[in-house]
Write a protein that binds this ligand. Structure first.
Ligand code: HEC
Length: 138
C-alpha cells in the first residue's frame, strides 16, 4: 500500500470517528444569522466537484475546491462562536482536510485519490446536517 493510501485511510478513520454524532441528539442552536446563500452555493459546487475531477477538469475542480474551502472556513468560524457546537467546528476542519487533500491530488494528476477525497468532503456536509441542520430544512 502506498504511503498516501495509508495516510488517506488513517484520515478517513479519524474523520468517521470525529463526525459520528450522538444520534438523536440534535443541537438546538440559534441560526438566525446563518448564511443560507453560501450553503446553496456550496450545494451547487459539491455537485460539480467529483464530476469535474473524474472528467479530469483540473481547473474546474480547483475552482470548486476554492469555494468549498471558503464554505468550510465559514462554518468553522461560525460554529466556533456558538456554545455546544464543538463537533460542528471539528466537522468543518475535517471538510477542509478533505478539500486540501483533493487539491493536492488534482495537482499531482491523481484523479482517483482526488475523487475519493471529494466524496469525503460531501460526507462532511451530511455529517454536520445530521446534527445541526433543523429538521424542517432537510
Ligand atoms: C459544520 C456544519 C455544516 C457544514 C460543514 C455544512 N453545512 Fe449546510 N447547513 C448547516 C446548517 C446548520 C444549516 C441550516 C441553516 C439554517 O437553518 O438557517 C445548513 C443548511 C444547508 C442548506 C439549506 C440552505 C437553505 O436553503 O436553507 C444546504 C443546501 C446546505 N446546507 C448545503 C451544504 C453543503 C453542500 C455542504 C458541504 C459542502 C454543507 N452544507 C456543509 C450546517 C453545515
Amino acid at each position: 500500500m502506498s504511503r498516501r493510501a495509508i495516510v488517506f485511510i488513517a484520515m478517513s478513520i479519524a474523520v468517521s470517528v470525529s463526525v459520528a454524532p450522538a444520534f438523536g441528539e440534535r443541537r438546538d442552536i440559534d441560526l438566525h444569522d446563518y448564511d443560507d446563500d453560501l450553503m446553496r452555493d456550496l450545494d451547487k459546487t459539491i455537485k460539480y466537484f467529483e464530476p469535474d475531477i473524474t472528467a479530469r477538469n483540473a481547473q474546474g475542480a480547483l475552482d470548486d475546491a476554492a469555494i468549498l474551502q471558503d464554505g468550510f472556513k465559514y462554518t468553522a468560524d461560525y460554529f466556533a462562536k456558538k456554545d455546544n457546537a464543538e463537533d460542528a467546528v471539528q466537522i468543518s476542519k475535517d471538510g477542509l482536510k478533505f478539500v486540501a487533500s483533493a487539491i493536492k491530488s488534482v495537482s499531482e494528476s491523481d484523479f482517483d485519490a482526488a475523487a475519493e477525497a471529494a466524496r469525503g468532503a460531501a460526507r462532511t456536509c451530511r455529517a454536520c446536517h445530521d446534527t445541526y441542520k433543523p429538521l424542517k430544512k432537510q
